[in-house]
Design a protein around this ligand. Structure first.
Ligand SMILES: *Cc1c(COP(=O)(O)O)cnc(C)c1O
Length: 402
């Protein structure tokens, strides 16, 4: 394809835009990962990662893989073939994690929830209360279901587990939530937390970060699932002195150092507040268009991705194709059960109001092009009003001084 002027407007919910600072930090000469100086870098990264996971008691691991490898690492290091786990399914990512769990030999009991809703603490609590022999070894929850734009209440799941006095480990896929949405590993009693580099961490795909609680680390001693590349044991030994058991992806580590610095400079609470503000503007736009989200109720709304339902008779894939080919705007597709029924706008990572307004304008053009009857400006205008009235810098402070 010939050159396309202007920037590629990337609004898929991963990979997300990589800040210039992070890109530059990744351009490094290769170095000896066995040198006496090398441990400074991993040691710093593990300490900073624990702050993002919000764990004092747990350990943070970095594996060279996409998020899917983190799913596998979390399960294989703590479970044995045939072990029973309980998982809620309400979107393509929860579905794929269940599929992975089955393929490594786990016995998965699935709680089917309507797509557009999330994990039900009530349903999980009921199953756990009935499991008096404690045959269920783990509960798997996708914190933010990227396929439907739904965020589940992990704290409420933990409460339900505690109310049932059940000892199962809590496994949380935080791939599209950690570093963008409030996440508290220790406080919520999360035993295995999985993050990926190409979402809130604003990096290319290539590393996953796994947080493991003390209880989870203890379980590895009896867990019999086959694991080699993703073995916690090898990592623990090498990481103890600041090394890795195999050659680390150096540019990714330097990029992670920079992205952690960026998150720290903004402050995690401000990061979460910004994601909420950006998401609210997108939701105002959706309302302005007269359309609805896949998320069925405000309590499920995701602050990192919005899945917008297209009206009956239209195909979301068509909107996405027109947006990309005519306007160089990349949107997320509807996956599996919701294929064609929606398109997704990712609003996580290195993102701000004006960038998002560009995306919303592109979405309006693409929807109009395929014949969806919306009023031009109806969504953009609603977002403009929302962002103007919710900027953290007071408008009066910006008035010209006499
Ligand atoms: C992106 C994503 C994954 C998959 O991660 P990969 O990096 O593509 O392996 C899993 N779960 C959720 C919630 C995601 O958003």
């Amino acid at each position: 394809m010939s050159h396309r002027p202007g920037r590629n407007h990337l609004f898929v919910p991963g990979p997300t835009n990589v800040p210039d600072r992070v890109q530059r930090a990744m351009v490094v000469a290769m170095e000896d990962h066995r040198s006496s100086k090398f441990p400074e870098l991993p040691t710093h990264l593990f300490a900073e990662l624990k702050k993002v996971f919000k764990t004092h008691h747990g350990q943070a691991f970095i594996f060279p893989s996409s998020g899917t490898g983190g799913w596998e690492a979390a399960l294989t290091n703590t479970l044995s073939p045939g072990d029973k786990v309980l998982a809620s399914r309400f979107g393509q990512f929860s579905h794929l994690w269940i599929d992975l769990a089955r393929r490594i030999g786990l016995n998965v009991q699935v709680l089917e929830e309507t797509w557009g809703t999330g994990a039900s603490p009530e349903n999980i609590g009921k199953v756990l209360s009935a499991d008096t022999k404690h045959e269920i070894k783990g509960v798997m929850v996708v914190h933010n279901e990227t396929a439907t734009g739904v965020t589940s209440d992990v704290a409420a799941v933990r409460k339900a587990m505690d109310a049932a006095k059940h000892p199962a480990l809590l496994y949380v896929d935080g791939i599209s939530s950690i570093a963008s949405l409030d996440f508290r590993m220790d406080e919520w009693g999360v035993d295995l937390a999985i993050a990926g580099s190409q979402k809130g961490f604003m990096l290319p795909a290539g590393i996953c970060m796994v947080g493991a609680s003390a209880k989870a680390l203890e379980k590895r001693k009896e867990a019999k699932c086959t694991r080699v590349y993703f073995d916690f044991e090898d990592m623990i030994k090498a990481n103890a002195t600041g090394y890795f058991p195999y050659t680390p992806a150096l540019p990714m580590l330097y990029g992670l150092k920079e992205s952690l610095a960026i998150l720290h400079e903004e402050g995690l609470d401000n990061v979460f507040a910004r994601h909420h503000r950006l998401a609210e503007g997108v939701r105002a736009a959706v309302k302005g268009w007269g359309l609805t989200l896949c998320a069925k109720d405000p309590k499920w709304y995701s602050d990192t991705v919005s899945a917008v339902m297209v009206p009956q008779g239209f195909n979301g894939a068509h909107v996405i194709d027109v947006a990309y080919r005519r306007y160089y705007l990349a949107l997320g597709a509807g996956l599996s059960e919701v294929a064609g029924k929606l398109f997704r706008i990712g609003h996580l990572g290195d993102m701000n109001e004006v960038s998002l307004l560009g995306a919303l304008g592109g979405v309006e053009m693409a929807m109009l092009d395929v014949g969806i009857q919306i009023t031009p400006g109806s969504g953009v205008g609603a977002a403009v009003e929302y962002y103007r009235s919710h900027n953290p810098i007071a408008k009066d402070a910006m008035m010209p001084r006499p």
